[in-house]
Design a protein around this ligand. Structure first.
Ligand code: NAD
Length: 358
């Protein structure tokens, strides 16, 4: 049996809320990891978890990752997450999301939700009926809409920063990029790459996705296993997590890894392995921060131009991460953690200073 308090103490979680409403079949857990920088923002994931323990561990892990993502993006937000235990294809109802909305409202703004795996913009609209602490609402409501295009734009900016470091120029013209997962972000990313004259190699489990990649983007299609072995300049993981590990990293023939997927490294040490293999890794939660930056602007009044300018800053953040990694002789993954942690530590220091009345 998992020792929840021990886990929370070890990783610094502030709060874990179990939400139950049998009338609408709601079983959900909200985790607030760290609110030092601001209220905890993170999506509500709906997934048919096999056990409460599995759901608890997932929400604790995911909420902590959101703290790092928000901090690295320079946002005044903390990290949080919600998980709903259920099958999104059959267990959804208006009542379920309104009930979750009431629980979110009871947290008084310490947690702000948005879409995630298994939830959609229309689910967020139901939540909005009960609380204003929700983002990812429709563009027609003056909100930010689908986060995939801004996420892809941020990945593209991060890729260019890596190219500057490795090839001496941010131009990607004539380069080859292997995209693993040609879904929403992968295909929006391909638009930027195609426009710059990049050769695209793609793999996806879904035939419709590979057909689109071939027909609209002139991509060379390879199998989901062969994508690790292709000759390319940049490998771009845009599918699932944990695809960079001891087995796959030695197979890569690229100079840069830069993609949108969350939790790309199976183990922390895989960041070191990439460094040892002379592959520049753009840390996942830094390069894929375009979505959260876009959402965060809903909280202050959404403006697409302002959002785009702020997302373009991912270029500079990646440069900062690379420079820190070089100066400390550590991997870029560890440098990103150190940057994200230092913003939080600084904010904590300021707070303690004033609370001591100095
Ligand atoms: P998506 O579901 O639209 O796309 C994922 C694609 O990967 C799908 O086409 C799927 O068929 C494919 N896929 C699944 N398993 C695969 C495999 N083994 N090999 C190759 N392809 C495979 O999702 P998305 O919104 O494009 O997100 C992609 C990744 O980026 C996810 O890891 C997501 O968590 C992350 N991310 C997305 C956003 C966003 O704004 N959408 C923001 C931050 C991070």
């Amino acid at each position: 049996m998992m020792k929840i308090m021990e886990y929370m103490n070890k990783y610094g979680h502030e709060e874990l809320v179990f939400c139950s409403d049998p009338q609408v079949g709601l079983q959900a857990i909200i985790a607030i990891h760290d609110t030092t920088l601001g209220p905890a923002l993170g999506g509500a994931r709906m997934w048919p978890y096999q056990s409460e323990e599995e759901a608890t561990l997932d929400v604790l892990r995911l909420s902590r990752a959101m703290t790092y993502k928000a901090s690295a993006a320079g946002l005044n937000l903390g990290g949080g997450k919600a998980v709903i235990i259920g099958d999104p294809s059959k267990d959804k109802s208006v009542g379920l999301f309104r009930s979750l909305g009431k629980f979110i409202e009871s947290l008084g703004g310490r947690y702000i939700t948005t879409e995630d795996v298994g939830t959609t913009v229309s689910d967020m609209q139901q939540i909005r009926a009960e609380t204003k602490h929700v983002t990812g609402l429709p563009i027609a409501w003056g909100a930010s809409g689908d986060p995939s295009p801004p996420t892809a734009f941020g990945v593209y900016q991060g890729m260019k920063a890596c190219a500057e470091e490795v090839f001496g120029s941010g131009s990607l013209k004539g380069k080859t990029v292997a995209i693993q997962g040609f879904g929403k972000v992968g295909s929006y990313l391909a638009v930027h790459l195609r426009d710059e004259g990049v050769k695209i190699i793609a793999s996806d489990v879904n035939e419709r996705a590979t057909k689109r990649a071939r027909e609209e983007f002139g991509a060379t299609i390879v199998s989901i296993d062969d994508i690790y072995d292709v000759e390319c300049d940049i490998f771009s993981p845009c599918a699932l997590g944990a695809t960079l590990n001891r087995q796959t990293i030695p197979r890569l023939h690229c100079k840069i890894v830069a993609g949108s997927a969350n939790n790309q490294l199976e183990e922390d040490e895989d960041g070191d392995l990439l460094q040892q293999n002379r592959i520049l890794y753009a840390p996942d939660y830094v390069i894929n921060g375009g979505g959260i930056i876009n959402l965060s602007l809903e909280l202050t009044g959404y403006n697409a131009e302002a959002a785009k300018a702020q997302i373009a800053e991912i270029h500079n953040t990646i440069e900062k991460v690379i420079s820190l990694a070089k100066s400390k002789q550590i991997s870029t993954a560890r440098a990103a953690d150190s940057l994200a942690e230092s913003r939080i530590q600084d904010a904590k220091r300021v707070r303690t200073m004033y609370s001591k009345g100095r």
